[in-house]
Design a binder for this molecule. Structure first.
Ligand code: ZN
Length: 247
């Protein structure tokens, strides 16, 4: 295998912006390879998969049958993550800024943030944007995007992810969003065990199977697993998919 190219989490937002047709000045840079690969496709799905470390993705590829299918059709990057925590990492992905610039340490900070994030700017550009995530985080986007789908936190995390994919599919049917952001949490809570791997993989497949048209899928980890102090990279898979997977 050729060593995958290295990018940083802050490069994701400007790259998605570029394929959606606007520029997004931030700490990151547009990854030309992604834009060339997307080749005019103007729908993007950004699936943030909690704890999807780069090494963990590689060593569990067989279990992630759908993600590895996407990889085989698309691009794999080794992506630098700046934080070991969920909220600042998701903020870096969505704002294209490192923690010291976005200042979002905890979810409540997202309600008073001054920096604009990708979903908000995409909506201001006249695009249809949907955010599906845990209730408190999701509601910080209320009024800033076309539709917010809050997923209630619950003790059973597999149900949380199932509900997140159900909400994402519903939003796609209602709105045909140009940008859909969705967050899956099972791997972070349960670790890389068959049930969580299967749930995340199946959830992504369900979204893909319900695409309205062609979309470029971005699957990225927020941070490596919490017990991997030595690891700084997450997996980023970019794959263009059509309505019918086998068409
Ligand atoms: Zn996390």
């Amino acid at each position: 295998m050729i060593a995958p190219r290295e990018v940083e989490q802050v490069d994701i937002a400007p790259s998605i912006a570029s394929l959606l047709g606007f520029s997004f000045p931030c700490d990151g840079e547009v990854v030309d390879e992604i834009v060339m690969y997307a080749n005019g496709c103007n729908r993007a799905v950004l699936a943030i998969v909690d704890s999807l470390g780069f090494e963990e993705y590689l060593s569990n590829r067989e279990g992630f049958s759908f993600i590895s299918f996407m990889e085989s059709q698309g691009l794999l990057f080794k992506c630098l993550s700046y934080s070991k925590r969920t909220t600042p990492s998701i903020a870096s992905i969505l704002c294209g800024l490192k923690l010291e610039k976005h200042g979002i340490e905890r979810t409540e900070d997202a309600y008073i943030r001054r920096v604009k994030c990708l979903p908000e700017v995409a909506y201001e550009e006249g695009l249809r944007v949907v955010v599906v995530m845990e209730e408190y985080g999701a509601l910080s986007f209320q009024g800033l995007v076309s539709s917010v789908k809050p997923v209630r936190d619950r003790p059973e995390v597999l149900e949380f992810d199932e509900e997140a994919s159900r909400q994402a599919v519903e939003a796609m049917k209602e709105l045909d969003p140009n940008l859909l952001v969705v967050h899956f949490r099972s791997l972070d809570v349960l670790g890389f065990v068959p049930t969580s791997i299967e749930m995340v993989d199946r959830s992504l497949r369900t979204i893909a199977e319900n695409l309205v048209g062609e979309a470029t899928f971005f699957v990225v980890g927020d941070h490596p697993p919490h017990d991997r102090e030595d690891e700084e990279h997450v997996a980023l898979i970019v794959s263009k998919l059509r309505l019918r997977l086998n068409a």
